[in-house]
Structure formats: C-alpha cells, structure tokens
Design a protein around this ligand. Sequence first.
Ligand SMILES: [Zn+2]
Length: 71
Amino acid sequence: MHDNREWPQCQRCRKGVLLPLSDYGPQGNDIPFKIWACHNPACGFSLRIDKGQVSIGRPIRLKSETLETRR
Ligand SMILES: [Zn+2]
C-alpha cells in the first residue's frame, strides 16, 4: 500500500483525515498531539488522548481561539 498522506484517514467518514491538535496542560505546558480531529466538518470525529487513555467521538469545538498559539 503506497499512501503519501501524512495523516491517518478518518475511520468514521473515510473522507477526512485526522489532524493533530495541541493542547495545554494545567501549568500551561504544551501537550502536542493530544487531540486528533477529523478535518471534515460534517463528520466531527475526534480522538483524544489523556494520560495514555484514548477517548473517541467526543464532540470538540474547533474554535479559532483554542487553535491559536498562546504567547
Ligand atoms: Zn471523519
């Protein structure tokens, strides 16, 4: 299988890809790739990793505020 896409395909809609989103910890530290979200708005699939535990299908809001890098 030759696939050049960098991101894994969404298993729910099979149209979008899962994009990694960073989050911030309690101390404001960076937590890279904590949430993976389908980039297909009609799907909204998300996968979240908390301390090694994976939760699937939690609705998350892709607000531009939360995606912005804090400085
Ligand atoms: Zn999807």
